[in-house]
Design a protein around this ligand. Structure first.
Ligand SMILES: NC(=O)C1=CN([C@@H]2O[C@H](COP(=O)(O)OP(=O)(O)OC[C@H]3O[C@@H](n4cnc5c(N)ncnc54)[C@H](OP(=O)(O)O)[C@@H]3O)[C@@H](O)[C@H]2O)C=CC1
Ligand SMILES: Nc1nc2c(ncn2[C@@H]2O[C@H](COP(=O)(O)O)[C@@H](O)[C@H]2O)c(=O)[nH]1
Length: 329
């Protein structure tokens, strides 16, 4: 057992306000510098097939949001990078670790196509497979910013950083459509925020907190506990532009949201660690992104600052199950 580790999750934490120094929340700047670029908010939609596709990626890049395209249509990736560059937009793609992915990286290098961001997207990222792929990308495409994951320990963060990763992604099993904890007994599900804090203390490079965000307030909490960027799936599922299938049930509209390791994604029942759920239809994604932006401006004003950095040092209390003692009706 890890004795020194304090265990808590998003709903157990409340941040403590400081005196406000702005006259209006609209004065607050939520931008974040990440991988040599500046983005409107420190949030990225999950690189999953029911969350992002090429048109949404383009829209996000055009509107100064970070995005990571998924890796589940591998044959389209080279053209995707080319198309984004033709439009003067940054290219951000995902890769796996199987032999054909090495060939794909070589193909990009041969075609002189350097994606600005490459994410190595593997369930158990603390592995030699991922270390080898980081080194291969850094050799072939040294100017790409490499994000590697997922990990759930400081050792995982350090090893991937030492192998050359420019950022690491933290979160094993806290996702809404994740069943890793149930299927394997492992993960950070239920203590993701504490795991983030543990990992961030060891990190020398940026961390992306991945999975388990259920409210907009959880974005501020992720920043407080060491994230530079926050990856979110379920809160983005169900929108007009998110590519899950639209389903009608009892006269109401829903969209499908399924795990990248679900049988729906894999087309097989081997090593399934994800499930499918229906999310009520939510309308345009711009509405949610704007609301996240405003809520984050408000968070920063409570922190007593005018930018994201002011969230990093605010005091907090641990109130177990606080969400059920005041926020519910
Ligand atoms: N963040 C999370 O908690 C999780 C995320 N996912 C998502 O699901 C998708 C599929 O992930 P993944 O299964 O890694 O991708 P792949 O199916 O592409 O597997 C990648 C490679 O890693 C091997 N591998 C996968 N898991 C393990 C393991 N536990 N031990 C040893 N080798 C392993 C696979 O071999 P083999 O299949 O033969 O073992 C394969 O060679 C990804 O998008 C991932 O992000 C999945 C689970 C958890
Ligand atoms: N264990 C699994 N985790 C998965 C799977 N597909 C995606 N994911 C992870 O979930 C987050 C999104 O979490 P959310 O709480 O915001 O919905 C995503 O970024 C992946 O890391 C899966 O099949 N199994």
């Amino acid at each position: 057992m890890i004795n020194e580790l304090q265990v808590f999750d998003y709903e157990d934490i409340q941040l403590i306000p400081n005196k406000c120094i702005v006259k209006s929340r609209s004065e607050v700047n939520t931008t974040v510098d990440f991988g040599g670029r500046t983005f409107k908010i420190p949030v990225v939609p999950a690189n999953m097939q029911t969350i992002i596709d090429a048109p949404l990626a383009q829209w996000l890049a055009e509107h100064d949001y970070f995005y990571i395209m998924h890796r589940f249509a591998p044959e389209t990736r080279l053209t995707f990078v080319k198309n984004m560059h033709d439009k003067n937009l940054f290219a951000s793609i995902s890769v796996g670790v199987k032999p054909e992915e090495y060939t794909f990286i070589n193909d990009l290098a041969k075609a002189h196509l350097t994606p600005e961001f490459i994410t190595i997207d593997i369930a158990h990222g603390h592995s030699q497979n991922v270390i080898d792929m980081i080194q291969h990308i850094k050799k072939q495409l040294p100017d790409s910013f490499v994000i590697a994951g997922n990990v759930g320990t400081p050792e995982g963060v350090r090893e991937l950083e030492n192998a050359g990763a420019d950022a690491t992604k933290v979160g094993i099993g806290p996702g809404k459509v994740c069943i890793t904890k149930i299927k394997t007994g492992f993960g950070t599900g239920g203590w993701q925020l504490a795991a983030l804090r543990w990992c961030a203390k060891a990190a020398r490079k940026p961390i992306i907190a991945d999975g388990g965000v259920r409210t907009h307030g959880d974005i501020a909490k992720s920043i407080r506990f060491g994230a530079s960027m926050v990856m979110i799936g379920s809160l983005f599922a169900g929108h007009e532009e998110t590519p899950g299938r639209l389903v009608e049930k009892d006269g109401e509209q829903f969209k499908e949201y399924y795990g990248s390791a679900s049988a729906y994604q894999k087309g097989s029942h081997h090593n399934v660690e994800g499930k499918k759920i229906l999310i009520p239809y939510k309308g345009p994604i711009s509405r949610t992104l704007n609301e996240m932006h405003e809520d984050l401006q408000s968070s920063i004003s409570y922190a007593g600052g005018r930018d994201i950095d002011s969230l990093r040092t605010v005091d907090y209390v641990i109130v177990k199950n606080s969400i059920f003692n005041g926020d519910s009706n």
